[in-house]
Design a protein around this ligand. Structure first.
Ligand SMILES: NC(=O)c1ccc[n+]([C@@H]2O[C@H](COP(=O)([O-])OP(=O)(O)OC[C@H]3O[C@@H](n4cnc5c(N)ncnc54)[C@H](O)[C@@H]3O)[C@@H](O)[C@H]2O)c1
Length: 388
């Protein structure tokens, strides 16, 4: 409930993704990591030793008055229980995506937070990076005219060869839609406003996956696939735009761009939604494509360091900079400045409703209307709508 900066943050979940948050934390002036915790004390102890911070049990962390917020980096099934525990302890919560594995759990998180008066933030925060921000500026200022149609693709062969414990990716709550979809849907809603309805079809391309990740504890074991690993369909936006999508972990190679949007005046090629920056291309009418490199533009608050500026670690390539923590930093700054934060629970709820509707549409073969709306401007015409 702090209005102090830096906000003191306890990390719950010391797995793969915790490294990038712990490495990036010192770059953000608005929060600091107070301690780490995990259901596996050895995992917490290892990260604590690596990053020179304290480790403690989850219960102890929740009871600490000097910890203002919980950064919930647990597996998706634990997102809601840990978030609810933190909210009950009066702490703000920032979660990795997805917000929860069901809409009911996501609603319970938002309602509990509203009752207690704490804030909920959620990944993805890639939307706050200069790539998505520049694309959004181009759209809301009318450069592409009225958005008409688009295409979106995220296709590869999945996580069994890349993640040390990949089982959860192939179980309910996983799959390419719920795992990678948040980046794509969050970005598209930031660019086009809320989704009104979805249609989809799905398949399980391979009934089993063999874990081949080097060093994985279960290397060589098979995972029974229980979730669609390919889902294709259509997103209908409130603003009238229609975007087709193909999200798959059954594909070895492809040549499709991650996201293209076409308006009445121009077309936009948008950088991979999994990254904070990248090269945008705009093609106005019959003119040739024009490139805009966003990788050296400032990230978030003007005083934050960013990849490309003097002093930022050399190992961070600006184009593919992994700046995770930006959403949490914005949450902390926004609390202190008494303003809304951007990677919000409201956005994450809408994104989750769209993702779960896609899965339902694929399962039952019907069009699903989306009930939640977003309080962000919709670029429904060439008239600038402004705001963020
Ligand atoms: N790995 C990635 O590349 C990646 C990228 C972006 C987002 N994410 C998201 O981050 C989250 C974590 O992913 P990960 O890859 O780090 O998973 P992981 O399995 O490597 O780590 C999760 C950690 O959470 C701990 N945990 C599980 N249940 C817990 C509980 N009830 N209380 C305390 N600790 C608990 C586990 O012991 C484990 O250490 C997921 O929501 C995932 O979608 C992961």
């Amino acid at each position: 409930m702090t209005r102090q900066v830096p906000m003191r943050v306890g990390v719950v979940g010391c797995g793969s993704i915790s490294d990038i948050y712990l490495r990036n934390a010192p770059f953000f002036p608005s929060f600091e990591i107070a301690a780490v915790a995990d259901i596996r004390p050895d995992a917490a102890a290892a990260k604590a030793a690596q990053y020179g911070i304290g480790a403690m049990g989850v219960k102890e962390m929740m009871a600490r008055d000097d910890i203002d917020a919980i950064l919930n980096l647990t597996v998706p099934e634990a997102h809601a229980p840990i978030a609810l525990e933190a909210i009950a302890a009066g702490k703000h919560v920032y979660l990795e995506k997805p917000l929860a594995t069901s809409l009911a759990d996501a609603r319970a998180i938002l309602d509990a937070a509203a009752e207690v008066g704490v804030r909920i933030g959620s990944a993805p925060d890639t939307v706050l990076g200069p790539g998505p921000s520049t694309a959004r500026d181009l759209i809301v200022s009318g450069r592409i005219g009225r958005p008409l149609i688009g295409t979106s693709a995220m296709m590869n062969h999945g996580m069994e060869s890349r993640h040390p414990s990949p089982d959860f990716f192939f179980k309910p709550g996983g799959g390419p839609v719920l795992d990678m979809g948040p980046y794509y849907i969050a970005l598209m809603t930031a660019l086009l406003g809320p989704v009104a309805a979805v249609e989809a079809s799905g398949m399980i391309g391979f009934a089993e996956r063999t874990i081949t990740t080097p060093g994985a504890a279960r290397q060589g074991a098979t995972i029974k696939v229980e979730v669609f690993t390919t889902v294709q369909g259509m997103l209908y936006f409130d603003c009238g735009a229609q975007v087709s999508f193909s999200y798959s972990w059954d594909i070895w190679k492809h040549s499709l761009p991650p996201l293209e949007l076409h308006g009445t005046e121009a077309s936009l090629r948008i950088p991979d939604p999994n990254f904070f920056a990248g090269k945008i291309e705009i093609g106005v009418g019959r003119d040739p494509w024009e490139e805009i490199d966003t990788s050296a533009l400032p990230y978030g608050e003007p005083n934050y360091p960013y990849p490309g500026m003097a002093g930022f670690p050399d190992d961070v390539k600006p184009l593919f900079a992994n700046y995770r923590g930006l959403g949490l930093a914005d949450l902390a700054t926004s609390i202190a400045m008494v303003r809304p934060h951007r990677a919000s629970g409201e956005v994450a709820f809408h994104v989750l409703e769209v993702l779960t509707a896609i899965m339902e549409a694929a399962t039952h073969g019907r069009r699903i209307n989306i009930m939640s709306k977003l309080g962000i401007p919709i670029p429904s015409s060439a008239t600038p709508t402004g705001g963020a």
